[in-house]
Structure formats: structure tokens, C-alpha cells
Design a protein around this ligand. Sequence first.
Ligand SMILES: NC(=O)c1ccc[n+]([C@@H]2O[C@H](COP(=O)([O-])OP(=O)(O)OC[C@H]3O[C@@H](n4cnc5c(N)ncnc54)[C@H](O)[C@@H]3O)[C@@H](O)[C@H]2O)c1
Length: 276
Amino acid sequence: MAEQALTYLITGINDDKSLATAVADRLVANGHRLVCTGLGPTPHHGDLSERAGSFLETTYASFERTVAERYGNSATTLPLDVTLEPSIDDVAQRLRDDGTALAGVFHSIAMDKTIRAGAVKPLLEVTLEEFSSAMQVSAYSLISLTRGLLNAGVLAERASIVAVSYRGAEFVTRHPYKNVGVAKAALERIIKELAEELGRSHAIRVNGVRFSPYTGSKAGGAIPGLVEAEQMCDELSPLGNARPDDLAAEVAYLLTPETRITGDVRNVDGGYHIRG
Ligand SMILES: NC(=O)c1ccc[n+]([C@@H]2O[C@H](COP(=O)([O-])OP(=O)(O)OC[C@H]3O[C@@H](n4cnc5c(N)ncnc54)[C@H](O)[C@@H]3O)[C@@H](O)[C@H]2O)c1
């Protein structure tokens, strides 16, 4: 039986290789509508350096091109920088004006300034600004985005929220994950706290998925040592590494209105997590 057409908010599409793109593909194949947000320039950015402005322009162009090529005009595209609360409010307000009721949200956003040029800073050298920035973008944004959407009344009763995490939230991985690992740990705790609060108040579910190392994306490709980790995990996982399609299948399932799963962080990693 075909699924009822619902509307989902997809964050984190950067290009064809983004994990969010695989999830968006799956939802569209299942007959759903998408609102996609991409990091890009907003009226709230103020005076940016030429470099920062051009980074935002290029990033947004890549996002728009990816969405247009895959879904044509059927998906709405909006800029979103989760570090700016007014940018979150703009997205929420636009959805409200359009009369959108979101059946779910996919959070696929992370950033860590201490991973640069093939190196990862030791935690002892991480500044408060670098720590807070990774925490804000990669973890706190799940709270702020959810709040913005909830306050605007655009999250449907029984909606489902899913965020992507990584084994490095809990374990010291072979490759240095450090600052962003701490942020992922926070993200996983936030998932549980929000599941408790939103389940009781709105019957909204909140879950996470820990995914295999994946160097195909921009974020994954920037992590030093991830190529080797990807290969090692592929060999040691009973089923081999999970692929973006596998993540998409699990996320699409968690996003359906029918499940009674909440506060869970599932492993979509070919079974790597059972290893000691
Ligand atoms: N690649 C991996 O190995 C892997 C494994 C497990 C989990 N993850 C997680 O999956 C998610 C998606 O990563 P990906 O691998 O698809 O890489 P990606 O680079 O395609 O996606 C990261 C996204 O975060 C967005 N972003 C960064 N700062 C932002 C901000 N201030 N506001 C709004 N958006 C912002 C980027 O624009 C980009 O679209 C991340 O949470 C990542 O930690 C990745």
C-alpha cells in the first residue's frame, strides 16, 4: 500500500554525497514532500568577510543545485544557519505562512573548527570558542530548531525527529574525533531529553542513528584518518559498512507516524558496534 504523502524538513544537504540527500531521495521515492534547508546567506549574517560571504554563497548554490537536479520544483528550498536564531525563526515563519504541517525533521548538521587542513586539535588545546561553536552547530541546534518549529506551530502532533550521530559520541575512535565527539555525546543526550519532554507534551518522537564512517561527504572527507577507519570498519563489521541508502531506509522508518520508538539511538553500521 502506498504511504500517505507527508511533508518532511530535511536539513544538511550540501551535495549529492550528503547523507541528507540519501534520506531525501528515499522520502521522495516513498511519495512524500520535502522542505529542504541549506546553509547559506541570510539577512541576519550582518557584515561578513569576503571569504565567509563567498563560502556561504557557494555552499548554498551547491545545495540548491542538488535539490533542483533531483526533485525539480517539488521541494521547497530555504537558507538556514542554525547559529542564528532569527534564521531558524525565518524558516519556521515561512512554513507557518505556507500552512505547512511537518510530519518530521531530519537533523544532519555538524561542524567542528578544530578539524582543519588534515589535523585535529588535541582536546587540551581547544578554545572555549571552538568548543562552543561545535556544540552549538552539532548539538544545540537540535534544541533550537525543534523549539523554533514548535513555537511556530508547524510540527504536527505525533511528528518524528531524527538526528545522525556517530560511534565517536561514546568511544575514543581509532581516528581522532575529539571536539566533535564531545558534541555528538551531547547530541545523543539531547535526543533522550527531548524524547521525554516532547513525547509527553506533543506525542513527538525523537531518535538518533549512529552511522558507519563515510568519507564520501564533505564533512566525512575532512576528518583525518577516516579513510583508514572506513576500511577497517568495513572489514570488521559482520555485514560490512552501512551505506547512505541503509541510513535512509532506517531514517524513513523512524520518520513514519506509526512507530512508538522514541529516545533511541540506533546503530546503522553493519554490526560494527558489537565489537569490543
Ligand atoms: N560522514 C560520516 O562519516 C558520518 C558518520 C556518522 C554521522 N555523520 C553525521 O551526518 C551528518 C551529515 O554529515 P555528512 O557526512 O552528510 O556531511 P555533509 O558535509 O554533506 O553534511 C553536513 C551538513 O552540515 C551543514 N552545516 C554546517 N554548519 C551549519 C550551520 N551553521 N547551519 C546549517 N547547516 C550547517 C553543512 O552545510 C552540510 O550540509 C553530520 O551530523 C555528521 O556528523 C557523518
